[in-house]
Design a protein around this ligand. Structure first.
Ligand code: OAD
Length: 252
């Protein structure tokens, strides 16, 4: 269901989208919310209700209590495996097929964009399905378990951890520099389902605006408004994105 004010802004965006040459889409946890994956601002539930993500996703937490951190990521991995891409992910696949050049940058570690069919996704925060050695950061695909039942690196015996970016860690260099380069070259930039609280992703929409791009922000925090070159859309990405693509390419 599309609100009348959202509908009016979508109509303004259609010609901009149809003329865009390089579209950059930055996504966050909100795009996967309709697949049933909690965002970082939903309180943790069940066993995990007493923790905050900022306490569990850190090297210090892993050093202090690797069992606990490993279990938390295993729980998140199970949620992701049980989830499926939603209409928002699929709309971005369609968008990639319509515009001359699209760069999809995600802060999500769930791999749902790739499962939907998006290509060349830049994962700024890694991927839950990959593992690496806690000691040397090299990828690990097979492991043995130690006396505590924890996975150990076959090369050095270090503990195996998820290949995701934890609080206080650097982002992968290639992904970040490619995302930055695409952002400053874009003429249309979408920020979808991200609260913009975590750097450096939070700065990308501002860089795009500074370089003269149109910026579209869609989440449940903003109020819908059109103040070109900045457009804000309040509502679910799984409704708004497919509607925008449908209006821009009605015959597709
Ligand atoms: P947040 O949980 O901070 O924000 C989720 C955003 O999605 C909010 O702005 C919501 O309003 C919006 N939202 C929720 N449901 C939506 C829907 N159906 N359609 C559109 N928007 C919706 O998630 P992120 O901004 O992704 O980092 O968080 C950024 C980073 O903070 C994460 O990658 C993670 C976290 O700490 C690391 O783990 C390093």
């Amino acid at each position: 269901m599309i609100d009348a004010d959202v509908s009016a802004v979508l109509d303004q965006l259609v010609p901009i989208l149809r003329q865009a040459q390089h579209v950059v889409v930055l996504t966050g946890a909100g795009i996967s919310a309709e697949s049933g994956l909690p965002t970082f601002r939903d309180p943790l539930t069940g066993l995990w209700a007493q923790y905050r993500p900022e306490e569990l996703g850190t090297p210090q937490a892993f050093r202090t209590n690797p069992q606990l951190v490993t279990e938390w990521f295993a729980w998140r991995r199970e949620l992701v495996q049980a989830a499926a891409p939603n209409a928002g992910h699929l709309a971005l696949v369609a968008l990639e097929q319509h515009v001359p050049h699209l760069t999809l940058v995600t802060q999500n570690v769930d791999g749902l964009h790739q499962r939907a069919g998006s290509t060349g996704v830049l994962e700024l925060h890694g991927n839950l399905a990959r593992f690496k050695c806690f000691e040397d950061n090299q990828p690990v695909t097979e492991w043995s378990t130690n006396a505590d039942g924890l996975a150990c690196c076959p090369r050095c015996g270090g503990l195996v951890r998820p290949d995701v970016v934890w609080f206080g860690e650097n982002l992968p260099k290639h992904e970040l520099s490619t995302a930055l380069a695409a952002t400053v070259q874009s003429d249309l930039f979408f920020s979808i389902g991200t609260s913009g609280n975590v750097e450096p992703a939070a700065s990308l929409p501002g860089y795009a605006l500074d370089r003269g791009a149109t910026v579209v922000v869609n989440n449940l925090d903003v109020l819908t408004s059109a103040t070109p070159p900045l457009y804000r859309l309040h509502g679910q990405a799984g409704s708004i994105l497919p509607e925008l693509v449908r209006r821009a390419w009605p015959d597709a």
